[in-house]
Write a protein that binds this ligand. Sequence first.
Ligand code: NAD
Ligand code: MG
Length: 383
Amino acid sequence: MSKRVAVLGSTGSIGRQSLEVIREQGYEVAALSAGRNAALLLEQAREFCPPILAVADEEAAAEVQKELDALERPPFLFVGKDAARNAVAEAEADIVLNAIVGIAGLDATLTALADGTTVALANKESLVAGGQLVMREMQARGGVLLPVDSEHSAIFQCLQDPNSARTLQKIILTASGGPFYGKTQKDLAKIGPAEALRHPNWSMGQKITIDSATLMNKGLELIEAMWLFDLPPRQIEIVVQRQSVIHSMVEFSDHSVLAQLGVPDMRIPIQYALTWPQRRPGPAPALDFRQLRQLDFGPPDEETFRCLAACRKAAEKGGLAPCAANGANEEAVALFLEGRLSFLDIGRLVEGCVDGGSYAGAYTLEDVYACDAAARRYVREHI
Ligand code: NAD
Ligand code: MG
């Protein structure tokens, strides 16, 4: 069956891999959205011919528009901060694959769910910053939220038996440990952006690569798992699995454990979200156990990697605390990449921001953006 997919953040790491899967499956593209990479967006538009394009950056949009003007039947172009959301509202998509990075993806997630459109979610920050709103919107319209994040896809795949939810005891969320596994605070003090941008197992966008090095990514994923699988933090255990081959596991009441394994290749979880409930042949290579030889496990070091500890505190506090952690982290990572903060400052500031407020209770979308802005301000004032 063909499907129409809107790909948001199509010029990024997940966006590009999503288009590979879409090409392979012969699906249609209902819309493409990008931040600022005009050249790549135009190339994608030429191949996939979507009726709608969206570009957040105004200068890049002008470049795109100039090329579109030469076409006989150009796609409609949305421009600016709300471009992705407007594209989602207009597009006739069966699935919106949201691969925008950061809280910038929240509006589009909410808009798709409000329309009752299925969302394949890579943009974990949507759930971390506005989980209450996202889940409420999904439940109100009977929508479907499919995980693209490899760990959450693994858990989702392990829970396909409809009876499994009743006996689920805990989730075992695996972590690679990042490039600095085993390092001390003293070692980490000297780490600069170039080193932090080298990840051992996955090739990803800059922000999530830094999040993997600080273990913020695992903290965000802890919160993402709470929302997706409706579990409190104490039922989500984080285990380092160095090879990134076991993508996560679930344990049932009889202590039976199911795991999903595969080579570290995001096209597997992307494809599962797009073809679900079907499973289809895909482009990722098979796992070769004879080559692999061993699987290593260990505990995460939350004493050293304070971002993970901060996310756990935020998860316990609830309300807007995860939103504050996320906003502080987005700002701190941007400043770290500009060379204005040290590696350890990221954890210090995310934790300081979470500790600095009570955050509990219900919230509106305006509250989310106000909390995000306050967290970013906190970081800039505490450099
Ligand atoms: P990336 O930086 O490679 O790509 C981000 C995309 O978002 C780009 O297309 C960019 O143009 C677009 N974008 C940025 N700001 C925007 C804005 N304001 N409005 C609209 N579009 C904007 O990032 P990525 O690695 O592809 O990650 C995307 C999301 O998927 C993140 O939330 C990340 O945590 C999640 N994720 C990524 C991976 C991975 O392997 N890369 C794995 C799991 C989850
Ligand atoms: Mg992940």
